[in-house]
Design a binder for this molecule. Structure first.
Ligand code: FUC
Length: 444
């Protein structure tokens, strides 16, 4: 199949039972279908959407299945959106693409893996199950692409292991004390799925739900848009919550994650992504010699149940002072009571003193990989996988171990419903929840 030569599109198309479908081309290209009626006119070297009426979509799909178009059925859509919260990110791209593959199933619902690839070969794969990021291939200083997040090879493991690898966590990330909260005088009871408390959205949080997914694209970025309707009463939360999470990959090796939500009834929302980063690549080393830099002067004190006591502690003079960079190792050997109660490490919300300005930087000196995280959220929960199970393997048969990954969970403050001085996580029907986090991979 001379696909690449003839058809320099970002291999996507919509085939919807005989209705018009669309292909977006970016170079002079002809669609090599034998029927003249279905042949594309040559298009100018610019992105262009071409609508074609297709009489026999099944035959057409079949024809392309022989080639690399096994992802037939992908929807392509040129998006209007050129800016994310006022930050332009457009940049000319050349060979960016999106592919869709079957990953497994949950119940009888198919789970698909969407891989975004940029011009530099960086790849990000995510599932319609929980918007789970399963793999990010990022280069080391010699250009070797390796996976820098923890994931599983099989869908069953994502459900069975309760690691929350790579998923969107909701409606409320972290813990809610006593598994209940009050809103306008009414008390809502939630499932207590960790002792007396509610954790990460409940028994079947957003990470275990199948989301609608569709590939999206920009001139300079490829992405996948996930949407999910969390019904009124789901896991005890009020209001129908319509959630949209979009992952973009740009040619600057930047993963842009934008999560928005609307509700029809007053509710609470605090979402995050729960990726475990390991910049050594393919889980080669533990994250102990990863160096973290945070623009954060204070962190939340936790109690034995890992819930905020309400006290904000100064980082000054403690292993929680990451302002000038510090190895994760320090917290794993420290005798600081807060490191001890977290299971010899970190599982703490840090208050960010700046936003969208390189406030979180993770480095692995040996590989030269550097990850810069920027967010509009007030805090980052740093979790050094102190409680990660050790009785199973992750991708590629790597044994799971304590300290194998580090989560940088950008979000609102945990258990905010019980602390009037924490920024509220309440969403009103006329409001809109908007969380933006970008992850930029570079080398040094
Ligand atoms: C993080 C931590 C929790 C929990 C979970 C898997 O969000 O805050 O303690 O272990 O991940």
């Amino acid at each position: 199949m001379r696909k690449e030569a003839l058809f320099s599109v970002r291999r996507r198309f919509l085939s919807c039972g005989g209705a018009p479908f669309a292909v977006i081309c970016r170079e002079n290209c002809h669609f090599p279908h034998p029927s003249p009626a279905l042949r594309f006119p040559a298009v100018k070297p610019a992105w262009r959407r071409v609508n074609v009426s297709l009489r026999r979509p099944a035959a057409w799909r079949h024809r392309w299945k022989g080639g690399n178009f096994s992802d037939a059925g992908i929807f392509c859509d040129a998006r209007e959106e050129t800016e994310i919260f006022g930050k332009p990110y457009r940049k000319e791209g050349k060979g960016m693409k999106i592919t869709k593959q079957t990953f497994g199933e949950v119940g009888h619902e198919p789970v698909y893996a969407y891989t975004l690839e940029n011009d530099r070969g960086m790849r990000l794969t995510s599932l319609n199950l929980g918007c789970t990021v399963t793999e990010i291939l990022a280069p080391d200083r010699d250009g070797n692409l390796e996976n820098v997040v923890l994931g599983f090879d099989r869908v069953e493991d994502y459900l069975r292991r309760k690691t929350y690898f790579g998923a969107i966590i909701g409606r409320i990330a972290g813990r809610i004390r006593g598994a209940e909260f009050a809103l306008d005088g009414k008390t809502y009871t939630l499932p207590a799925n960790e002792g007396n408390n509610h954790l990460h959205g409940g028994i079947r949080g957003f990470h275990e739900r199948i989301w609608e997914a569709k590939p999206v694209e920009e001139k300079d970025a490829v992405g996948v848009e996930f949407t999910y309707l969390s019904k009124d009463g789901e896991e005890g939360y009020p209001g129908n919550l319509q959630v949209r999470a979009v992952y973009w990959l740009t040619n600057e090796n930047r993963w842009i994650q934008k999560i928005t939500a609307k509700t029809d009834k007053k509710t609470i929302v605090n979402l995050t992504n729960h990726s475990y980063f390991n910049l050594s690549g393919n889980g080669k080393d533990l994250i102990l010699d990863h160096e973290l830099t945070l623009k954060s002067d204070r962190f939340l004190e936790l109690d034995e149940e890992l819930l905020p006591t309400g006290k904000k502690l100064e980082v000054e003079g403690t292993p929680f002072d990451f302002r000038k960079g510090r190895k994760i190792f320090d917290g794993t050997v420290s005798r600081h009571p807060q490191n001890l109660l977290a299971g010899n490490g970190y599982d703490h919300p840090f208050l960010l003193s700046e936003n969208l300005n390189q406030e979180i930087v993770l480095r692995h000196r040996e590989s030269g990989r550097k990850l810069t995280v920027e967010t509009n959220q007030p805090c980052v929960v740093v979790y050094t996988s102190n409680a990660l199970g050790e009785d199973f393997a992750i991708q590629g048969g790597v044994p799971s171990r304590k300290y194998l990954g580090i989560c940088l969970e950008t979000q609102g403050l945990p258990d905010a419903v019980h602390h009037s001085d924490f920024p509220p996580v309440v969403l009103e029907p006329d409001g809109r929840y908007e969380a933006l986090t970008t992850y930029t991979f570079s080398t040094e």
